[in-house]
Design a protein around this ligand. Structure first.
Ligand code: PEP
Ligand code: MG
Length: 542
């Protein structure tokens, strides 16, 4: 039995087999071989295995997201048959007498760099595909697991770290818990874990080399502990706790259909945050009144090229139709910082959180922005849509957005494509926006306070930096005062205001938020009923 303590991201308890995810990049070591033919035979076998995996992925994707999006797996299959690529691997094994993993990694890096330097945008975008297929080959060669988990049973995912794009690609029904060595509690991976209602621990000082896929683990988010190969007593205790949690969840279910009304009659909207179309199921299951934040950038992650207008339109329309007239606030893409996408070619920055991200990309590359706006405005016809813009710092930015919106509407009208201009608001997540919220309130329809970034920028604490978790005080007076200021300014202009950062779900602050007068709280779907429970037991005027 081995026990480790970490930091809890989502309080829950789970027990099941471990699946160790190792990143191929970290693993590839150069070693000398003596039999080149045998090494080449290993590559051939790995290519076959990869082809099989890609076929399965293709079939799954066709069913889930349609043929157009699934086509990428066909492209990968073709790339794996490319003679130049394979010959380069074989040559390297023969001439340098090195192991197959190393030859694949080096060839993958060389080819991907070559593609990245091409002028043709389509070829440039293939750079990420080369990396992807090389990593898949390496995983097949060294027997480590594929992060897509297509064939795995529900497992406790153990990894060094997980990026948001890796997390978003996983089949959620196959994940019992996440346990990682690195990561910060405010990262998007952590947010995803909370959204999926999955027990998760980060900052766990375990050695992945000492863990095996298949060994049993208990993850206890309440104690911030993970126990590998637990003794019988620990297993029995965990089973009891899992049952207790289940009962509590069932009790919360009795709050479904009830109002979000305080003892003294004040009401507040409780909406949910989502990252993909399939999350709508969690929203409905937890009886949220609407969607307060759809992080649309997740549609751009985990793929090799921009989603088309049609793909986006279909996704937004589906969310709106499934929500059947309830409000859906979709945020335009907030790429950058920890949400990196190779095909955006954003380049390395010293301070990505203070860098080229979100609305800054959209205003600098209006074509990307306009495609998304067209898809959104067309989808608006199918439900109660509101659109919001991230990372705003000034009225001038909003005016530039309005000008682009006008162009988009003009074009749609001219092309006689049905559309509707939805309600449009902004995220208040920079101190600058909070300080000029009186002016901003006059030019938008609503505010949604993004406390994750607002806290990061106000306290000068990188939300990705795990060393700073102890300094990250989301209850800091500076934040609460800003929330009050922003709310007062919104109301003075007759606009509504919500909170969509993680703080919105903090039930220690629910009463204060209601006293401040916040109109809406948008929280992880798994938190909707807990926040409702809290609202129903407080008196605002006490
Ligand atoms: C926020 O910053 O609070 C927010 C909701 O946006 P994200 O967490 O996606 O940056
Ligand atoms: Mg943010």
């Amino acid at each position: 039995m081995k026990k480790f303590t970490g930091k809890t991201v989502y309080k829950g308890i789970a027990m099941g087999p471990v699946l160790v995810l190792k990143k191929s990049d970290d693993l590839v070591k150069r070693s000398k071989i003596t039999d080149a033919d045998a090494e080449i035979a290993r590559v051939t076998e790995a290519v076959e295995m990869s082809q099989g995996q890609l076929q399965k992925l293709y079939d799954k994707a066709v069913k889930e997201v349609g043929e157009a999006s699934a086509a990428i797996f066909e492209v990968h299959q073709m790339m794996l048959e490319d003679d130049d690529y394979l010959d380069s691997i074989y040559n390297m094994i023969r001439t340098e007498m090195v192991n197959a993993e190393y030859a694949v990694a080096v060839t993958g890096d060389n080819f991907s760099e070559m593609f990245a330097n091409m002028d043709d945008e389509y070829m440039k975008a293939r750079s990420a595909d080369i990396k992807d297929i090389s990593n898949r080959l390496i995983r097949c060669l060294d027997g480590s697991q594929d992060a897509d988990l297509t064939s795995a049973q529900p497992s406790v995912i153990v990894a060094d770290d997980l990026t948001p794009s890796e997390t978003v690609q996983m089949d959620k029904s196959k994940i019992l818990a996440f346990v990682t060595v690195h990561g910060s509690t405010n990262s998007h991976t952590a947010i995803l874990a909370r959204m999926m209602n999955i027990p998760a621990l980060i900052g766990v000082p375990m050695n992945l080399d000492e863990l095996r896929t298949g060994m049993l683990a208990v993850v206890d988010g309440f104690q911030s502990e993970v126990i590998f190969e637990p003794e019988e007593e620990v297993k029995a205790e965990a089973e009891k706790k899992i049952k207790g949690e289940q009962e509590k969840k069932e009790l919360l279910q009795t709050l479904k259909g009830k109002e979000n009304r305080t003892l003294d009659g004040r009401t507040v909207d409780i909406y949910a945050n989502i990252g993909s179309v399939s999350d709508v199921g969690y929203v409905l299951e937890n009886d949220a009144g609407g969607i307060g934040l759809f992080r649309s950038e997740f549609l751009y992650l985990g793929r090799n090229d921009f989603p088309t207008e049609e793909e986006q339109f279909t996704a937004y329309r589906q969310v709106l139709q499934n929500m059947a007239g309830k409000k859906v606030v979709i945020r335009t893409l907030d790429i950058g910082a920890d949400k990196q996408v190779d095909y955006f070619n954003l380049g390395k920055e010293d301070n990505p959180a203070l860098g080229y991200r979100a609305i800054r990309i959209c205003l600098s590359q209006p074509d990307i922005f306009k495609t998304q706006l067209r898809a959104l405005f067309r989808a608006a016809v199918y439900g109660n849509l509101a659109v919001m813009y991230p990372m705003i710092t000034s009225v001038e930015e909003v005016e530039r957005i309005h000008a682009i919106v006008e162009e988009v509407c003009g074009e749609l009208k001219e092309q006689e494509i049905p559309y509707k201009e939805p309600e449009q608001g902004i995220m208040i997540e920079t101190p600058a926006a909070a300080m000029v919220s009186d002016d901003l309130a006059k030019v938008v329809d609503f505010f949604s306070i993004g406390t994750n970034d607002l806290t990061q920028y106000t306290l000068a604490i990188d939300r990705q930096n795990e060393k700073l978790d102890a300094f990250y005080n989301p209850h800091h007076k500076a934040i609460l005062r800003m929330i009050k200021m922003v709310t007062d300014n919104a109301h003075a202009a007759g606009k509504w205001v919500g909170i969509c950062g993680e703080l919105g779900a903090d039930v220690e602050l629910t009463k204060e938020f209601l006293q401040i007068g916040v109109d809406e709280l948008s929280v992880a779907p798994s938190m909707v009923l807990k926040v409702r429970q809290r609202v129903r037991e407080i008196k605002v005027e006490e």
